[in-house]
Design a protein around this ligand. Sequence first.
Ligand SMILES: C[S@@+](CC[C@H](N)C(=O)[O-])C[C@H]1O[C@@H](n2cnc3c(N)ncnc32)[C@H](O)[C@@H]1O
Length: 398
Amino acid sequence: MTTTTEREAAQEYLRKLFRFFARTQTQGRSQLHTLLSETVATDDALLQLLMDTPASQRRPSLLFAAVNHLLRDRTEHRLAAYYPIHGGDRPVDDQAPAALQAFCAEHADELRELLLTRSTQTNEIRRCFALRLGLSRIAAHWSGPLALLEIGASAGLNLHFDDYGYRLGNRLVQPKDGAPVTLSSVVRGGGPVHELLGELPAVTYRIGADLEPVELSADPEAGPWLEAFIWPEQVRELATLRAAINLSRREPHRLVRADAVQDTARLIAEVPEELPVVVFTASLLSYLDAQARARFIAQLSTAARSRRVAWLFTEAPGLVARTDVTVPGLAGSLRDVGDVYSVGISLRDGAGHQDELLALADPYVEWIAPARTEADDFSWAVAEGLYQPAAATGGGDK
Ligand SMILES: C[S@@+](CC[C@H](N)C(=O)[O-])C[C@H]1O[C@@H](n2cnc3c(N)ncnc32)[C@H](O)[C@@H]1O
């Protein structure tokens, strides 16, 4: 049984989590969520909605997604006026907190139901920029077709990476016919862009795995729930995600229920043996505790005893640095930042592993800074303003 002191401590933690969320996730991305995070942090009734769920559900993004999800069919509510994705055009002002409080009070039961039954699952397809970069680099080491296994694939939207179009400034890779999805990002840091948009290797086997796969075809609510994690201001992102969801419904790739910690080696063993296997993870490590991360890496090493396996990651650098990956860039101040991701590869075979850091990126790849040289340690990145050393730790998703 939980004591009053434990509950108070848990509530204080949640209060801090909303402020941390505002500082590391919403600032610069969503003015509304930045303001409303502070509203929740100072309102015990709003915090209570999450306090009534198990500790694993108490995430700021879950509350905001639940609100957003309900608002979709209640656009007449005054809170919706602040959501451009729901057709609103009211600038954020000091009435927004009261609108949130009113909405949550009026829909407390529906919110509680969502908070108890739905999980925080996002699928950020802009991370396909990192996937492209990694695949190009792996192809430079290993010629021939590759197999792709995304672990923590959510709805598997990243598996369509070679259907999407890509835009970086005035450079454009056209989407495949019939795929009305073009992803945009910005290059920072002055590194080369050719591998970001270059030729891709043939990927002749692909599969996504997730502890809780998002079944877009089987569950009609799955698409709208994914969309609920889009920030209120991101009208274009919502349209892009919706188009990717529709594409995936029409042409689904294989998605299986599996645990990174237990099933990775088995999934690799199922791939035709002539194919080197690229295991892609994007924002997975923050879901695993230290022991689970070690067990996931051990699965890669086990599989690599009998075939070539590459781990391609876009993850918080501090978490990668605490695996067996050793690259100069992860030995310094990058270990302690929570608002930037590291993109890299770890090529593994029976003889060991060879690791490279390929880029730093915003966690949602709103920008990407490719390595300037092959053994770049990114010591220039602080001076270029890509991150602040000794910022808060962490790393994760919305
Ligand atoms: C933040 S989402 C990232 C989804 C996708 N990779 C992307 O970048 O958009 C993390 C995903 O990892 C999944 N996950 C968490 N723990 C896992 C585990 N032990 N094994 C497999 N998937 C896991 C979650 O269900 C969630 O779908």
